[in-house]
Write a protein that binds this ligand. Structure first.
Ligand code: NI
Length: 177
């Protein structure tokens, strides 16, 4: 396993669309291990997407179980995830390992139905709500080359500069994902 370099804005590779995973092999599982190790190496990230480490396949990891009082499905490795259904909307603060200097207010669906595959290729399905649904929507955006800064209504009023980041994980509002 290895900690990989996290791409940061304005790196154009973050704008690339990722390819579906077609081979559920040992190489996939090794790359997932790197993605997870990289997620855990920095500030308390509740999620990470493969393109953030320069791996352009449709793989994300989400784990909001560390956030108190939040409905969740635990640690999730999602391959080829697709949102099948959206419901409601809410505004909430987000951060991102690839946008280390800012958090932002972003509108997301409050409930989603998600399909995906596990690292062996078996089908998965989830109903999610609240913060977990938000984290998943944020990570899936990465697979399409989108960042939360693209979704703030106004960069002037909805983006917030972080005062501290690595020194005090999670202290500055939105959890990085
Ligand atoms: Ni992110």
């Amino acid at each position: 396993m290895a900690i990989r370099i996290i791409l940061r804005v304005p790196d154009e590779r973050l704008r690339q669309e990722s390819e579906p995973v077609t081979r559920f092999d040992a190489a996939l599982r090794l790359a997932i291990d790197d993605l997870e190790e990289t997620r855990q190496s920095g500030p308390a990230a509740v999620g990470i997407a493969a393109p953030q480490i320069g791996w352009f396949q449709r793989v994300v990891i989400v784990d909001v179980s560390t956030k108190k009082g939040v409905a969740n499905h635990g640690h999730l490795i999602l391959i080829n995830p697709e949102i099948e259904h959206w419901e409601g909307y809410d505004i909430g603060r987000e951060g991102c390992l690839s946008v280390p200097d800012y958090t932002g207010n972003v509108i997301r669906a409050t409930r989603i139905r998600l399909s995906a595959q596990d690292p062996q290729g078996a089908p998965l399905a989830f109903e999610m709500e609240g913060f977990e649904a938000r984290a998943v929507q944020h990570e899936l955006d990465h697979l399409d080359g989108l960042l939360f800064i693209d979704r703030v209504v106004s960069r002037r009023t909805d983006l917030f500069q972080r005062k501290v980041y690595a020194a005090r994980p999670g202290a500055a509002g939105g959890k990085p994902t």
